[in-house]
Design a protein around this ligand. Structure first.
Ligand code: BJW
Ligand code: ZN
Length: 251
């Protein structure tokens, strides 16, 4: 049975009346599944510097190191399962006529949990892309033994994720921004909200009139600006929200 959570009357009213809902998710949503976050104690950036691994210049400097770091993370990601936070978000899309999950996560766990209405802002680790010709390969099979493996054009393959200093896919960002501008209810879940442009979405939603809710185990950059801060674990709070929707007659 999901844990009962204390919601403000304002949030309860929004949950029952909202037609347009957006969820922005970050690494904290996958923490319970065993995937390290980036900036927490024990997060990935504690052990590795982003500028050594998650930038195009890092890949140019040492493509083997970057490829192997992602190969290690890919293996871990492929071995884990979605948790109750992913499952609750997948259920949420059924309660609202217009719903969009905007994820910064590259781990595919939202899709595994059944989310359909989603946009990936930072790509997906289960795809590769050529560093030279930018051809996308929709799985992780590689026909080359080289490390990194080679594209048919001779360029190096890399994971199809967005590194620091790279532009997000224009269509993905536009979809997310439009949904944030139109949202009546916006959730920011398990993200430190410091990486832009994703971190601008809660502000965009707020300025356009949405009721903004943050779910996080600690306060973040956006906490002072949100309408409601639910401090705690996403995997406990989100199933509680879904339970509230069910109990109150939302389908
Ligand atoms: C829980 C929990 C539980 C834990 N329940 N909660 C100066 C120089 C160069 C660039 C910039 C610059 N200043 C700004 C920029 C732009 C830059 C940026 O924002 N940098 C900031 C760090 C300042 N952004 C970019 O470069 C982006 N591109 C861009 O802007 O293009 C235009 C441009 C180009 C050039 C120059 C300037 C502009 C691209 C950003 C790409 C981000 N990529 C990564 C790596 C993806 C691949 C990979 O995985 O390796 O995306 S970085 C990493 O951070 C990853 C994440 O998606 C992203 C966000 O992290 P997230 O999800 O918030 O995780 P954490 O760990 O930070 O937070 C977890 C949270 O969960 C915590 O708050 C916990 O408390 C919480 N939590 N357990 C609930 N159970
Ligand atoms: Zn190529």
């Amino acid at each position: 049975m999901p844990k009962r959570i204390n919601l403000s009357p304002a949030l309860e009213e929004k949950l029952l009346s909202a037609q347009k809902v957006v969820v922005l998710s970050g690494a904290g949503v996958s923490a319970e599944s065993g995937i390290s976050t980036f900036r927490d104690k024990d997060g990935l950036w504690e052990k590795f510097k982003p500028e050594d691994l998650a930038t195009p210049s890092a890949f140019e400097r040492n493509p083997q190191l970057v490829w192997e770091w992602y190969a290690y993370r890919r293996k871990k990601i492929q071995s884990v399962k979605p948790n109750p936070a992913h499952q609750a978000i997948a259920q949420m899309e059924k309660f609202f006529p217009e719903f969009l999950l905007v994820t910064q996560n590259i781990d595919n766990l939202h899709q595994k949990a059944g989310s359909k209405k989603l946009v990936e802002l930072h790509g997906n680790i289960n795809r590769n892309k050529c560093f030279a010709c930018e051809k996308v390969i929709s799985d992780t099979k590689v026909g080359s033994r080289a490390v990194p493996p080679l594209c048919s054009c001779g360029g190096y393959l890399r994971p199809d994720v967005v590194w620091f200093g790279e532009l997000l896919h224009e269509s993905a960002l536009e979809l997310a921004q439009r949904a944030a501008l139109e949202a009546e209810l916006f959730f920011s879940v398990g993200t430190s909200a410091i990486v832009y442009p994703a971190a601008s979405l809660p502000f965009l939603a707020k300025e356009a009139g949405a009721f903004v809710v943050e779910i996080n185990t600690e306060e973040t950059e956006i906490s002072p600006a949100v309408d409601e801060l639910l401090l705690g674990k996403a995997e406990e709070i989100l199933p509680g929200l879904v339970e509230f929707l069910k109990q109150n007659g939302k389908k």
